[in-house]
Design a protein around this ligand. Structure first.
Ligand code: GLA
Length: 354
């Protein structure tokens, strides 16, 4: 019998939204919120899962006989299912999960869970997989077993990103680079109080619409369309034009944001955040009025370089580039103004209260 403990963080994406399933660029950071896993191996093939957030009754299944249940246990079943597809023989285990990554806020609680569990399985069963393979297995579990057709950003971020560096990732080659955040920059993340649902409708619809736009432009992935083809994009039918324009301009913004971070040009970074939000709001249509309001209020604050929605969209959180040392006070201020203007309750996720 073996007992191991592992963990993985949630992530906040600085810029590059919905670009990953088009082989594009993303720029996420890890957040302090994380999923912690304690795993003990068993002599049989039974898996028993407890989640501190879900309740007392364990979710149980037989390793090697996974079956989809549309409940949280599927995220773990998906991992052992992928491993068995790859010919890896695992034994049973008892597993306790505890996560403070908020659900449905756009901080990717699911990838934190998947990567934490994979790390625990890796050490308990001596699996020879590196961080990159681990992210690939986690994404495959979510796409093929859970049934959410996501890209690979979140799993790569949970596996490889740090809190004081942005992970610049090319989702086609999976080449990545850690870019330290400039000293003058502090990030804030505020949840709008509206939650999203991934496996369901809207994310899938956007993915399909953008894939349709790619077909019209005669490419498989919009990564292969540059800004030089904006005239072709604008000539497409309205919805296709807007979906393609978002992906193509967003990819260009990620590359610029990477340079702005390296040059510590925070004004430029802020302007890119603003342009990214406008593109998500008007072209990709993945924002909601409450989130737009929160972004507007944050953007007007004197200690803010720029703000935008982060994550899959249709609610969730915004990320704010703020002046170092000012994020906590600014976030209090912005949340209070949002609550009184909208009647909804904002929640400050970063900076975390110590
Ligand atoms: C979700 C998905 C990611 C990515 C983002 C949007 O978080 O899991 O793969 O597509 O949405 O950028």
């Amino acid at each position: 019998m073996r007992e191991v403990r592992a963990e993985a963080p949630g992530r906040v994406n600085l810029i590059g939204e919905h670009t990953d399933y088009h082989d594009g660029f993303v720029l996420p950071c890890a957040v302090p919120q994380r999923c912690v896993v304690e795993l003990r191996t068993r002599d049989d093939r039974r898996a028993r899962l407890w989640s501190r957030q879900v309740g007392t009754d364990p979710f149980e299944y037989e390793v090697g006989a996974e079956h989809r249940t549309s409940s949280w246990g599927d995220y773990v079943q998906g991992l052992t299912w992928v491993l068995s597809q790859q010919g890896v023989a695992l034994g049973g285990f008892d597993l306790h999960l505890d996560s403070n990554v908020p659900l449905g806020s756009g901080l990717s609680s699911s990838a934190a869970l998947e990567v934490a569990v994979m790390r625990a399985l890796r050490s308990a069963f001596d699996l020879e997989i590196d961080e990159l393979q681990l992210a690939r297995i986690a994404q495959r579990a979510e796409v093929e077993f859970v049934g959410a057709p996501v890209g690979i950003m979140d799993q790569m971020a949970a596996s490889l990103a740090g809190e004081r560096a942005a992970l610049f990732l090319d989702t086609r080659s999976l080449a990545f680079e850690q870019i330290p955040l400039p000293g003058g920059l502090e990030l804030a993340v505020i949840n709008s109080g509206f939650t999203h649902q991934h496996a369901g409708g809207d994310y899938v619809t956007r993915r399909r619409e953008s894939e349709e736009a790619a077909r019209m432009l005669a490419v498989e992935k919009l990564r292969d369309v540059g800004l030089d083809r904006l005239a072709d994009i604008n000539a497409l039918p309205d919805v296709a034009a807007r979906r393609a324009r978002h992906i193509v301009t967003e990819n260009a913004r990620v590359l610029e944001a990477r340079m702005a971070l390296k040059a510590a040009d925070l004004q430029r970074l802020g302007a890119l955040f603003a342009a990214s939000h406008a593109s998500m709001r008007d072209d990709y249509e993945i924002s909601v009025p409450a989130v737009d309001l929160l972004v507007d209020i944050a953007s007007r604050h004197e200690d803010v370089f720029g703000a935008r929605m982060t994550g899959g969209g249709f609610g969730g959180a915004i990320v704010i580039a703020a002046a170092a040392g000012r994020a906590a006070a600014m976030a209090e201020n912005v949340s209070a103004a949002y609550s009184s203007e909208s009647g909804h309750r904002a929640e400050i996720l970063i900076p975390t209260r110590t």
